[in-house]
Structures are given as C-alpha cells and as structure tokens.
Design a protein around this ligand. Structure first.
Ligand code: C2G
Length: 449
C-alpha cells in the first residue's frame, strides 16, 4: 500500500484545495491530511486565518479524499509523521517548490501544480470573498508582494500588468500568472482588486482607472503628487464603495501600531517632538538617482518618516519647511523637512546619497520613545526617562518582511471585517500628499532657477 501525506491550513476551502487533495489521493492508496492549528500557523508567519480548526477539518473530511486527518501543531512534525505512519510520498502545492526538499531523505517529495485563478470558496457559505488581485508593475516590489501574499488568507494573486514587455516576460517566467502588457481594461476585468507598484508618476492614473472600474486599490507610496488628486481618489473610492489604501507598510505593522498607541497613552507625557529618518544609499544607475524628474530620496522614502509625524501630531500643521541637498541632475540626495504644530515640532529626513541613523524618536514632557533602525518594521523599541536606569523595552511580533500585515488589512477592509481604517486614514494620507505637493513645487522652482 502506497501511503501519501499532505499538509495545509485549508482556510476558506476552495477549488485549489479540492484539486490538490484529489491529486494527492491519486498519487497512492491511502491519504493522510495534516491540518494546521492556528498556533502553528501563527508561528510560521501565516496571519489572519479565518475559519476555526474544526471547520477546516470538516471541509477536508467532506471532500472524501482523506483516509485519515491529523493535526499539525509543531515544527519538525513532518519528519516525525513520515516515520511514524510509514509514508511513501510527501506532497504539497508548487508554491512550496524546493522548500521541502529536505524531506527527500525520508520519502519521495512531489510538488503538485497549484491551481491558478481560484475565484470562489466552496463547501461553505460565501461570507468571506476570496479577493483576486492583479499586480501593476513588475519591478522590485512585486515579487515580494507575491511571496508575502501567500501568508494571508483570502487572497489570490492572479495576474500582472506592465506595459514594458521585457520586465513582464521575466516576471511571467518566474510566476505562473496571467500577464498583460497592454489592454489595461481586460486586465481589470479579471480582478477584484489591484496592487499598484509601478513608477511613482503612474500611480495616480492607474489608481483612478481601477477605481472607476469599481476595483479595490492598494497603491504604493506616494499615491499622488498633489493633495487635490489624493482627495479625488478617496472621493471616487467612496462613490464606488470600494477600498482605497496607500501602501505605507509601517502603518500596518503591529509593532508600529503599538508604539503609536503607547505614545498617545500619555506615558511619555505631552508629545513635543517627533524625529524620523530613512536613508538608503542608492546605486548611481538606479531609478532613485538616475530619474531626474521623479527620483531622489524624498519621493522614494518620504512616506516612512512622515507617517509617525502625521499619526502622532496630526494633520493640522502650521508650517512646513523643506530643504534638500541636490545632485548635479537635480534629484535630492538628502532632504530635511521641518513641520511645526502648535506646541510641537517634527523633522523628517530622507536620503539616497547621505547615510544617517535610521531612527525614530518621539520626545515628550515625561520621557521619550526610541526606536532604532529599522524602526519602520518596529521589531523593538524602548521608553526612556530622565533617570537613565529606567528603560522599558518592547519587542512586538513581526513576521516576514511585514508586507503581509498591509495585505491582510486590505483584504479585511474589502470584506468589511471590523473598523480597521484607523491605521492610516484617508485624511492622514491626504495630509502626506499635501507635503509631497509642497516638495514637488519647491523642486520645480529650483529646477527653473
Ligand atoms: N493550493 C493549491 N492551489 C491553490 C491554493 C493552494 O494547490 N490555489 C495547495 C497548497 O499548495 C497546499 C494546499 O493547497 O499544498 C493547502 O494550502 P494552504 O491551506 O494555503 O496551506 P499551506 O500554507 O500551503 O500549508 O504545513 C503546512 C504546509 O506547509 C502547507
């Protein structure tokens, strides 16, 4: 008798799961299915599992393909199970290709082709919609989006769009999803939502068209170059009853949220100063340096340091001073923005040609919060006081590269789960667009001079 084993979460049970179990069963005479516990999934970085374990087991059972169902609850269990049950074949979907090769020492490992374009949940009432998402732009961030989306329940990345054929072809070879190099409308027809990761200057147009077609939009920063355009997009989203979210990753990370809440709790007294920096030395040939019009540190990274400032001090600033050190081509190698509020001040620093400490300091009347680089992931931060011997340390949970929290928020909002808009509100995102606009105006003036 040939024994086969496979594992999975089987959340929001859909046709991809069904087909995988069917083919797994056909590989042998007896199929064991391991269903993961929430605790195990959390440990391996899979967030927002929706269905309780009993429902997930029941859905696997109902397919009739599993001869035996077991629970997977700890790391290292696969090797144990293979030996314990005398397994001949371990199988899993092709999204895991290579990952489980180490099991070849114990049995045969087979990666089965994953089902593309899953569009609905089956074997259950359709309370939660599986979101089909298309990626616009296939450069550096898009592959990260695909690998992080794997850890979020209820989302399927089914297509990509890029008018530049070379980049798209490379992407197509790497990921087996539908690819479109023209026909933006046709691309939109087959998705519920889009993730915009194209060059900055194209964000607004792509977002607007997608919203007009009634699609949910997750847009990389900066979403727009002007306040007016940002307002227009949020109004359009509201009119079409779809979600529009600006992809400032830090906003959605659990640790960052905790830091903001602690700062607002009064623990460090009244907040008087927020200072944040993000710098990454860029390759001279990279878009950040070479693109004379839209390159430079602020457009690339400004969203990060502006975020804690706007979250903590709000949108009613009274003065914004922008100063940059420019390259020969006119891009900002280093930018410092000073923002004044009644009773508080803030500084945002970004650089692509100057390296500084990427830290966040929130100074209050009783103490201060220090989050060291990389504060935007917020894996740890400290509260310090006048008395240097008192230091309170925080080490919040953080998984993967953090993009999964942003994706998870997007899916939750689409499915209207809870009131989660507070992480980055439309007003906050519009205020950031306002500062981007001031920066762009200054840049235009300096280019003319
Ligand atoms: N699957 C598929 N087609 C899809 C989606 C999923 O063939 N469109 C497959 C996956 O590759 C996996 C199984 O269905 O083999 C279960 O998928 P998930 O519930 O997402 O579980 P996963 O996170 O892949 O867990 O220990 C757990 C295992 O590592 C796999």
């Amino acid at each position: 008798m040939k024994k086969v084993i496979t594992y999975g979460t089987f959340d929001l049970f859909h046709e991809g799961h069904y087909k995988l179990l069917k083919r797994a069963r056909e590989l042998g005479d007896y199929l064991i299915v391991g269903v993961t516990t929430e605790h195990f999934d959390e440990g391996r970085g899979k967030i927002n599992v929706i269905d309780p374990i009993m429902e997930r087991i029941e859905n696997v059972r109902k397919t009739g393909f599993a001869d035996e169902i077991i629970i997977e609850d700890h790391e290292g269990q696969k090797i144990e199970d293979i030996q314990k049950y005398g397994i001949d074949i371990f199988t899993v979907g092709s999204d895991w290709t290579g990952y489980f090769d180490y099991l070849n020492a114990f049995c045969k490992v087979i990666y089965l082709d994953r089902t593309p374009n899953v569009s609905s949940t089956i074997l259950r009432k359709n309370k939660f919609q599986i979101v089909r998402i298309g990626v616009i732009g296939t450069g550096r961030i898009a592959p990260r989006f695909i690998s992080e989306a794997k850890y979020v329940s209820g989302i399927i990345v089914n297509s990509a769009y890029n008018p530049e054929k070379d980049s798209l072809d490379r992407f197509h070879r790497r990921f087996e999803i539908d690819c479109y190099s023209d026909h933006y409308d046709e691309f939109l027809e087959n998705v519920d939502a889009v993730y915009i990761a194209s060059p900055h200057e194209t964000h607004y147009e792509y977002a607007r068209t997608a919203l007009e077609h009634g699609k949910h939009v997750l847009c990389e920063k900066p979403m727009t170059f002007t306040r007016r355009e940002a307002v227009e997009l949020y109004e359009l989203a509201q009119e079409k009853d779809v979600v529009l979210m600006e992809g400032i990753k830090a906003a959605y990370c659990p640790g960052f949220q905790q830091l903001i809440n602690i700062a607002k709790s009064g623990k460090i007294g009244e907040i008087r100063d927020v200072e944040a920096c993000f710098s990454r030395l860029a390759d001279p040939d990279s878009r950040e340096i070479a693109d004379a019009k839209y390159g430079g540190g602020f457009l690339e990274y400004g969203g990060y340091p502006l975020l804690p400032i706007i979250k903590l001090l709000g949108i009613n600033y009274t003065k914004v001073d922008i100063d940059s050190i420019l390259s020969d081509t006119g891009i900002d190698l280093y930018t410092k923005i000073q923002i004044r509020y009644p009773g508080a001040m803030a500084t945002a620093k970004t650089g692509v040609g100057v390296k500084s400490e990427g830290q966040l300091i929130v100074a209050g009347t009783k103490g201060y919060i220090l989050a060291e680089s990389p504060w935007w992931l917020t894996r740890k931060f400290e509260i310090r006081y006048e008395n240097p011997s008192i230091i309170e340390k925080y080490e919040p949970n953080f998984q993967g590269d953090g993009l999964r929290y942003e994706i998870s928020e997007f899916v939750s909002k689409i499915n209207k789960f809870g009131m989660r808009g507070y992480r980055l509100t439309a007003e906050e995102s519009i205020a950031m667009a306002d500062i981007v606009e001031r920066f762009m105006e200054k840049r235009k003036k300096e280019a003319k001079a």
